[in-house]
Design a protein around this ligand. Structure first.
Ligand code: 1AE
Length: 384
């Protein structure tokens, strides 16, 4: 049983030597200089180079690490496979593969694609998520109005901006209470279900209690800045049975790591293993573009392999209704379309902005009944 890690460096004919050195350094260290008996004993702990390949510009190698070198948590898995090696700028970690015995220690998402769809009672189209914008420095009345406007346009999930923590002007518990009341009111008047994801923030040891307080106050989902708190923190929260709402993983700070670790591993596979239900990442088209092959690998890592529930990819940043055909073509319908500026920046306001997104989806799926707001949005963003 072993973990395999694949790395990339600039193309070199010495790839096998480089790989061998790393395999030793990250496991038994000075193996070759030890007496024969000790060498034999340490063999079971030694990293083993299993393959090397080249492209025109890069060389890749895969190392197998014995499973008993690690404990079942992200800290030990990442420290063994890329701990001090991550300080070497010339090496990038591309992928990690865990054996099923280890992967099964990570329960993954509670809700996943199916569970989130059931909460919303939306089964046959991409989900639409919007983000509060310009909310810092504003009060609860402003927040409530923005929430109402977004929901009025048919938004499925409204999420806090990731920079809106617990704060005196819009305390998170108050946001949860207001959110619950507005969502309930909308359900009673329109029959439309929706979720409001509140940013879970504060001291790390208090996060579980804070999550439970928010849920008690009415939070229907949580937004979590996973790479500032760490993957194991997300995993603890997600595997707690009392935290029974979907968790949205925000990619804030992940960009500090992407030069050393592939986007697909960071924002696809690891996030899914850690238990988020939705993974947000910069789309290949918008304002912060992820390279397309990496974005599609995040999509694929959200659904495969099948040891935990598939989760929802959320290609984000700079999304406007004109991008919906591309998103559905590339990500299918099990996707969340997420926009801040693309909703609030609509010439007729946020409700119209939300309607424009719903109309754009209906148009691609061939069921559009009205396209007024979509036409204004396409005109507004046609030059982008
Ligand atoms: C990659 C995350 C995107 C995000 O959090 C965000 O706030 C996007 O805002 P817009 O849609 O670019 O305005």
């Amino acid at each position: 049983m072993s973990i395999t890690a694949t790395y990339e460096i600039s193309r070199t004919d010495r790839v096998a030597t480089v790989a061998e050195k790393i395999a030793l350094e990250l496991t038994v260290g000075t193996w070759t200089e030890l007496p024969h008996l000790e060498q034999e004993q340490l063999k079971a702990y030694r990293g083993e180079v299993v393959s090397t390949t080249h492209t025109e510009t890069t060389s890749r190698f895969t190392i197998r690490y014995p499973l008993h070198n690690v404990t079942p948590d992200f800290s030990s898995i990442l420290t063994t496979t890329f701990g001090k090696l991550s300080l070497d700028d010339s090496v990038r970690l591309i992928d990690l593969t865990l054996p099923e015995t280890l992967a099964s220690e990570f329960p993954g998402a509670k809700f996943g694609v199916q569970g989130v769809r059931e909460l919303l009672d939306v089964h046959d189209r991409p989900l639409v998520m919007s983000i509060f914008k310009g909310i810092i420095g504003r009060d609860l009345r402003f927040l409530e109005q923005q929430l109402r406007d977004q929901l009025a346009g048919g938004i499925d999930i409204v999420k806090d901006d990731e920079i809106l923590y617990d704060n005196p002007l819009t305390p998170s518990l108050e946001r949860a209470k207001i959110g619950a009341a507005v969502i309930q009111e909308q359900f009673e008047t329109t029959g439309k279900r929706s979720l409001y994801a509140i940013t879970l923030s504060g001291p790390v040891f208090g996060l579980r209690d804070q999550a439970l307080r928010l849920i008690e106050a009415g939070a229907t989902a949580l937004l979590f800045n996973v790479y500032t708190y760490g993957l194991d923190t997300l995993r603890e929260l997600a595997s707690d049975p009392t935290i029974n709402v979907p968790i949205l993983a925000h990619p804030a700070f992940a960009g500090a790591l992407t030069s050393s670790i592939s986007h697909s591993l960071l924002l696809g596979k690891l996030i899914r293993l850690a238990g988020a239900d939705l993974t947000l990442f910069p789309s290949p088209y918008g304002s912060l573009a992820t390279p397309p092959d990496e974005a599609f690998a995040i999509r694929d890592g959200s659904a495969r392999p099948h040891w935990t529930k598939p989760i929802l990819p959320v290609p984000s940043a700079g999304i406007h209704p004109g991008l919906i055909p591309d998103i559905i073509r590339d990500f299918g319908t099990d996707v969340v379309i997420n926009a801040g500026g693309g909703i609030h920046g609509h010439p007729d306001g946020a409700a119209a902005g939300a309607r424009a997104f719903r109309q754009a989806i209906e148009q691609v799926l061939g069921v559009a009944s009205q396209t007024n707001e979509l036409e204004s949005a396409l005109k507004a963003w046609s030059k982008q």
